[in-house]
Design a protein around this ligand. Structure first.
Ligand SMILES: Nc1ncnc2c1ncn2[C@@H]1O[C@H](COP(=O)(O)OP(=O)(O)OP(=O)(O)O)[C@@H](O)[C@H]1O
Ligand SMILES: [Mg+2]
Length: 356
């Protein structure tokens, strides 16, 4: 392809497709944290490794890769981050870009519905950019195919013209690092997964890490939090920083109305009880899941679809949000025949004062 054709193509992509993609990129910023950023409220999202407690192994690995990439002056290999919602995948992608000192461009699987959308984004990247694709398991196959060449050779193959005059043209793009995030690694296609040189899984956080996160957030939000108050909130945060931060804000509201200057153990305890969160961090839906499994399915095995129907909940919400933590805490076990309640769950159900 001659230079003029290439320029015309890039311009067309720039003016049409890219505009659409960028609009979608901005409209896909929909989490509570992103609104916070738009409101110019102080952000509690960490921007450096040193502000990101927990995930020690993942962090240690990424720090080495970032360091090596800087020393060798080579683009960092592509990274896939997977794990339950709210564990810090988006945050970590941001941190990696910051620590590398490269631009950060963010989009998501559902926001890119045409191959041209992705081509538009890729051709507009500055060299070294970290391109973050959230919910990467939701890319369509046509879009994925563009990504294969882009990841491997920093080039994209586009079909131009129609019918008999259609031909494939190859366009070089700037070297970049793709960071994909997903809550459902099993839904990622093999060819796509195999193109990520770095694959890291985020785990639920222990109490110590959550307490550190809560103390830092409280400082930024100007909320006084005692170590015992932090421990009380951490214990009920399902190992998840997003939930810990959210509970901190709600407990902070409660303390303000009760005219308490600081959040101590008692205030935290009372406020969380009012929120319907019990000692295990379980809420109404968790308890409902356990109860239904016991009462309607004789403690299992039960299939996920049957459970979703009984709960009137979406299957994906149960699989992504509720089940991972119940499995992690040993309340539910997954067997080839379906989910079963464990003895820990049976004991909880016979003793919890929270159940209706
Ligand atoms: N290790 C951490 N230290 C401090 N704050 C954290 C940490 N991990 C996550 N957070 C905070 O928790 C919130 C959720 O994190 P983030 O959006 O990165 O999660 P996620 O894994 O991308 O979730 P989702 O799967 O829903 O996209 C953010 O406000 C972030 O600031
Ligand atoms: Mg995210």
């Amino acid at each position: 392809m001659n230079q003029t054709t290439k320029n015309t193509m890039i311009n067309r992509l720039d003016s049409d497709v890219r505009k659409v993609s960028i609009e979608r990129i901005s409209s896909s910023l929909e989490s509570e944290e992103d609104y916070e950023l738009q409101d110019k409220a102080p952000s509690i999202r960490p921007s450096k490794f040193s502000e990101y407690p927990g995930q020690l192994e993942v962090k240690r690995n990424l720090q080495v890769y970032v360091e090596a990439s800087k020393l060798r002056k080579k683009t960092l290999d592509h990274i896939i981050l997977h794990g339950a919602p709210g564990l810090g995948k988006t945050t970590l992608a941001n941190i990696v870009a910051n620590e590398l000192g490269v631009p950060f461009v963010s989009t998501s699987g559902p926001a890119i519905d045409k191959a041209g959308d992705l081509a538009g984004i890729l051709t507009g990247l500055e060299p070294g950019t970290l391109l973050f694709i959230d919910e990467i398991h939701r890319l369509s196959i046509k879009v994925e195919e563009i990504l294969y060449g882009a990841m491997e050779d920093f080039a994209i193959d586009l079909i131009v013209g129609q019918a008999a005059s259609a031909r494939s043209v190859r366009m070089e793009i700037s070297p970049f690092t793709l960071v994909g995030a997903t809550t459902r690694l099993s839904l990622l296609s093999r060819p796509l997964l195999s193109r990520f040189g770095i694959q890291e899984r985020l785990e639920f956080y222990d109490s110590a890490a959550l307490e550190e996160i809560l103390t830092r957030s409280a400082g930024i939000l100007d909320i006084e939090l005692t170590p015992q108050g932090a421990a009380e909130i951490a214990k009920r945060s399902r190992g998840t920083p997003r939930l810990a931060n959210r509970l901190l804000k709600r407990v902070g509201d409660f303390a303000a109305v009760a005219k308490k200057n600081s959040i101590d153990k008692d205030v935290a305890h009372l406020a969380l009880l009012r929120q319907g969160v019990d000692d295990h961090g379980f809420d109404r839906v968790d308890r409902k899941i356990l109860q239904i499994m016991q009462e309607q399915y004789s403690s299992g095995p039960v299939g996920i679809d049957a459970l979703a129907a009984s709960l009137h909940e979406d299957r994906a919400t149960i699989e992504d949000v509720y089940e991972p933590y119940l499995v992690y805490r040993g309340f539910i076990a997954r067997t080839p025949r379906g989910r079963v309640l464990t003895q820990i769950a049976e004991k909880y159900l016979s003793t919890s004062t929270f159940l209706s």
